[in-house]
Design a protein around this ligand. Structure first.
Ligand code: AKG
Length: 251
């Protein structure tokens, strides 16, 4: 097991598993942007305290059982990213209740759902150009996420262009970034080829993609080693994507 790299960082910040709290709005924050219709980037949305809380929670989720693990692709190759699933275990390409080690996957934390709901409200509440606010994005107004995937990128790890198609709901995906920055490629909904937009996602950034961007191909071309805020105490990059599974987990 590979907890080492995730738990390596010097300080680690706050303890405990609570993940509540986006940016409090204090201090100067870069402007939001809409890199594609339905995709909204909220730079620095998680302040340092919120990043610390989310990192502390990731460290707890990464512990066995049902903790951080490597992922084998159907082709036989291993992904360079290591993952933890919450709510349901994601594997290529589907969801199931049991994790890699055969134990039940950890529950999806309600605080993470609340954080993602706030991000969706902030992303779409004011109505991106040409879209009709929350009501103009499938599943945004009634957003009830119930699964999440935590990805850990050690130096050199990346993720190929793919669509998130294993959910049965077309509600938005909310992506929280911690640690090292990365080059995130946001493509089109038809092919893995151009046109695409390369975005730099930094620690604390939140990207929401729903509506016309929900099934856009996307991936991580590279991470930018050593760019993490040292105060966070994280080696590499963590990304938490929150989704609505559509599998009726809430009964
Ligand atoms: O790490 C990222 O920013 C992207 C993660 C991703 O594409 C996924 O989990 O499907």
């Amino acid at each position: 097991m590979i907890q080492g790299e995730l738990f390596d960082g010097a300080s680690g910040g706050a303890s405990g598993g609570a993940v509540s709290g986006g940016s409090s709005g204090g201090g100067e924050r870069p402007a939001r942007s809409e890199p594609a219709p339905g995709a909204v980037l909220l730079p620095g949305w998680l302040d340092l305290d919120a990043q610390r809380r989310l990192l502390a929670a990731c460290r707890e989720w990464a512990r066995p059982p049902a903790g951080l693990h490597e992922v084998r692709m159907p082709t036989g190759g291993m992904m360079s990213v290591r993952m933890v699933s919450l709510g349901l275990h994601w594997y290529p390409y589907g969801y199931r209740p049991l994790a890699e080690d055969g134990t039940p996957v950890k529950p999806f934390p309600p605080e993470l759902g609340a954080l993602a709901r706030r991000a969706v409200a902030e992303a779409y509440g004011d109505g991106p150009a040409g879209l009709d606010g929350l009501d103009g994005i499938a599943g945004a107004a009634s957003y009830e996420p119930d699964v999440a995937i935590v990805n850990h990128y050690a130096h050199g790890a990346k993720m190929g262009l793919h669509q998130d198609r294993d959910e049965r709901a077309d509600a938005p995906v909310v992506s929280f970034s911690l640690g090292d920055a990365c080059v995130f490629r946001l493509g089109n909904t038809e092919t893995r080829t151009r046109p695409w937009t390369d975005l730099e996602l930094r620690g604390g950034d939140v990207l929401v993609f729903g509506g016309p961007a929900r099934y856009a191909y996307h991936g991580v071309v590279r991470t930018l080693a050593g760019t993490a805020d040292e105060a966070l105490g994280l080696v590499g990059r963590l990304n938490v994507t929150v989704r609505e599974s559509g599998f009726g987990l809430r009964g």
